[in-house]
Design a protein around this ligand. Structure first.
Ligand SMILES: [Zn+2]
Length: 304
């Protein structure tokens, strides 16, 4: 049986947001068992908190954004992937801005930070979500599916409409070792042809060769790739991060074709729906998947 985990001591790092380009300080703090992963905006009055849960996913364009009560936290997926990979269930993520720092564009710096903090095991067991029946979510010719399997297996394929990188495909069993070695170091990527559009949308304002693989017409503009198929591995990283909004490990085989944050989060919601339905059918009076403990929302006081 595996146990719920948090970190042993607080750890911090600074960086900039990929999309906002804003400087931000990130602090990871230990959290009690059953509290889940929560984000705190320490720069705002009352330090509002948003739980990392599928129901708070507010935007899925080029990153996963959580929002609650008009407060948002952007680009959570690489940190969420690192938490999933290392099996951290309970954590407070304190931010001094609206976006998680992009660091080098991968999950490796978050893995290093979590390891520096040390992992603490609680006595409370962790309960994985076992996929019971196949689920498929589609958007045009893009789709993502999950089927029952004894562990998390991911098969991901993408076509890129680029002569040097026409298509990539990967299949792997996800566990701590494969995540840290094969997935965590893989950086976010973008095509030079899209940069002007992204900027016009106020996106990727903090993007550079320091924190993203950039692909021009001739090929990669960076010094090199960390893996020949780094891009598809990064898609797996994003998927692992988005699925971890469920707050529990998923046992199932996920197959994705041309998916992204939108389909990843839709799949997470469908898995949760199926899981809750199965619990009700089994006669559960209380969902095993209880909402995390929240600090009370600040109550607006009437002007006197
Ligand atoms: Zn990503």
């Amino acid at each position: 049986m595996s146990h719920q985990k948090t970190i042993r001591r607080p750890v911090s790092c600074g960086g900039i947001g990929l999309h906002t380009g804003k400087a931000v300080e990130l602090t990871l703090l230990p959290a009690p068992p059953g509290s889940g992963i929560t984000f705190e905006r320490a720069d705002l009055p009352g330090s509002p908190v948003i739980p990392a849960r599928p129901e708070y996913v507010a935007d899925v364009h080029y990153a996963t954004t959580l929002a609650r009560g008009g407060v948002e936290v952007r680009t959570i997926e690489h940190l969420m992937a690192a938490l999933s990979g290392l099996g951290v269930d309970n954590l407070r993520v304190r931010l001094t801005g609206p976006e998680v720092p992009i660091l080098d564009g991968s999950a490796a710096p978050f893995v290093a930070l979590l390891r520096a903090a040390g992992i603490r095991r609680y006595l409370l067991p962790k309960a994985p979500i076992r996929v019971q029946r196949p689920i498929t979510v589609r958007a045009g010719d893009r789709w993502i599916a999950v089927e029952p399997a004894p562990r998390l297996v991911v098969e991901y394929a993408m076509t890129f409409a680029h002569p040097k990188f026409p298509a990539q495909r990967i299949a792997l069993t996800v566990n701590r070792e494969t995540f840290v070695r094969e997935v965590a170091p893989c950086r976010t990527f973008g095509f030079l042809r899209d940069v002007r559009y992204l900027w016009s949308q106020g996106l990727a304002l903090g993007g550079s060769l320091e924190n993203a693989v950039v692909i021009g017409e001739e090929g990669v503009l960076n010094e090199g790739l960390r893996f020949e198929d780094e891009m598809i591995r990064h898609k797996v990283l994003d998927l692992i991060g988005d699925l971890y909004l469920l707050g529990r490990p998923v046992q199932g085989k996920v197959t994705a074709h041309g998916a992204g944050h939108a389909l990843h989060s839709q799949l997470a919601r469908e898995i949760l729906r199926q899981h809750r339905a199965a619990e009700v059918a089994a006669g559960a009076t209380e969902p095993s998947w209880a909402p995390p403990l929240l600090t009370p929302e600040p109550v607006p006081t009437a002007a006197l």
